[in-house]
Write a protein that binds this ligand. Structure first.
Ligand SMILES: Nc1ncnc2c1ncn2[C@@H]1O[C@H](COP(=O)(O)OP(=O)(O)O)[C@@H](O)[C@H]1O
Ligand SMILES: CC(=O)OP(=O)(O)O
Ligand SMILES: [Mg+2]
Length: 398
């Protein structure tokens, strides 16, 4: 009997690093175990669970050891130990920025890796975090194929005017255009929506990925036609620590009048703004919803105001709205946020059923809603596993 084939998936986000081990022997990848590398505590912690949610392994690094990279080595050792009957064929990575050249997954050769490294200024909060495990794994397992799956790829077919900035055309030729992100999540949601409601595929759908990073995608026929993030993951919605859409004049003012350096402005926009900046309290939606402070409520209000405003923008691209989907940590778990955004979109025909919403059912639209409203739990990891399996099969390696 040949050994079953497996792929290790790493999903490095701005607030978490998730991973999953998938059996890719059959057409549909099957989860073997998954886990979280939690770096937010003072000591990085690794938790591995079975598909049923039982804890399989837990490890906390010593206080002196702040390098999360060691935990990737622990993940590989755990897999070797517990799933040694599988043949690990590849490590698949979520890479946030793919730049203009990548419309699909690619093998992470040294050359590709170096090119992706050069995109760091376009995603300074993410790109180094996504590429770090690539380096760790290639040091420990140099023979293992590594594959990059891009957040930008799903939006690659987006065309002007949606993809264009109103600046001189020569900059567009140099790649300064709107790329969009969270594509692995939008791709998963589009696929799941087609399973739940095939008749909605041709309809006008807006997907709201609301997590620590947040963006919207206008979907038609399963493809992205518009999105709220741009050249970088700073544009669009209010996020945990990012400003979202801002008058570019503010940036000039901060530099010219407040004498802030370019680095200070970058730090302000990526790390000190958004929910954290407005509340002065936290970037975590749970903390803000539980707080009685006025500034926390102000931050939540701005979040839902801007989200509804930009859903309307996406609906405008689509020429109307038939379907609204919530996903991401906030979209999946914060019923208050879904309800508030729904209220603000009442004029577009959105009505959320309070009972279904409180119970976080998959369908939360009320009977009199002209818009179908869903909550779909995203799964970027399985999307990456599928892409890796497809690439390995295309190459005849599987
Ligand atoms: N039960 C909950 N209620 C409200 N917000 C939640 C809940 N669970 C998670 N969140 C929020 O989800 C966000 C993280 O989203 P997630 O998609 O997991 O992050 P990332 O962007 O790093 O992938 C945080 O702001 C967190 O507060
Ligand atoms: C692109 C992006 O914003 O990702 P995250 O939600 O992980 O921050
Ligand atoms: Mg995420």
């Amino acid at each position: 009997m040949p050994k079953p084939e497996a792929v290790l998936v790493l999903n490095s986000g701005s607030s978490s690093i998730k991973f999953g081990l998938f059996d890719i022997s059959a057409a549909v990848p099957a989860l073997l175990c998954n886990g979280l590398l939690d770096e937010h505590e003072t000591r990085p912690r690794l938790v591995v669970k079975s598909p049923a949610g039982e804890s399989l392994f837990e490890k906390q690094r010593a206080a002196s050891d702040t390098d999360g990279g060691h935990l990737f080595a622990d993940v590989l050792a755990f897999i070797e130990d517990q799933f040694g009957n599988h043949r690990l064929r590849a490590a698949g990575h979520r890479i946030v920025h793919g730049g203009p050249d990548h419309s699909g997954p690619v093998e992470l050769t040294d050359e590709v890796g170096a090119k992706l490294e050069r995109l760091t200024p376009l995603a300074p909060l993410h790109q180094p975090r996504c590429l770090a495990p690539v380096h760790t794994i290639s040091a420990i397992r140099p023979e293992l194929t590594q594959i990059a799956c891009f957040d930008t790829a799903f939006h690659h077919g987006m065309t002007p005017p949606a993809s264009r900035f109103a600046i001189p055309r020569r900059f567009e030729e140099r790649g300064i255009r709107r790329y969009g992100f969270h594509g692995l999540s939008f791709e998963y949601v589009a696929g799941r929506l087609a399973e739940i409601s095939p008749q909605l595929v041709e309809k006008r759908t807006v997907v709201a990925h609301l997590g620590n990073g947040a963006s919207l995608c206008a979907l038609r026929n399963g493809r992205s036609v518009d999105t709220t993030m741009g050249l970088t993951p700073l544009d669009g919605l209010v996020m945990g620590t990012r400003s979202g859409t801002i008058d570019p004049g503010v940036l000039l003012y901060l530099q010219q009048q407040e004498k802030m350096s370019v680095e200070d402005v970058q730090h302000l926009l990526y790390h000190q703004s958004g929910l954290l900046g407005v509340s002065g309290l936290s970037s975590d939606m749970r903390t803000l919803l539980a707080s009685g402070e006025v500034a926390a409520q102000d931050a939540v209000d701005l979040f839902t105001f801007r989200a509804a405003q930009q859903v309307a923008m996406m609906a405008n691209t689509l020429g109307g709205l038939d379907c609204l989907v919530f996903t991401g940590g906030i979209g999946e778990h914060a019923k208050e946020i879904r309800s508030e955004i729904g209220e603000r979109l009442g004029w577009l025909g959105v009505r959320i059923d309070a009972v279904a919403n409180n119970a976080t059912r998959e369908r939360i639209g009320a009977a009199n809603s002209t818009v179908n409203v869903f909550v779909i739990r995203t799964n970027e990891e399985i999307t990456i596993a599928r892409h890796c399996a497809d690439l390995l099969r295309e190459r005849g390696d599987l």
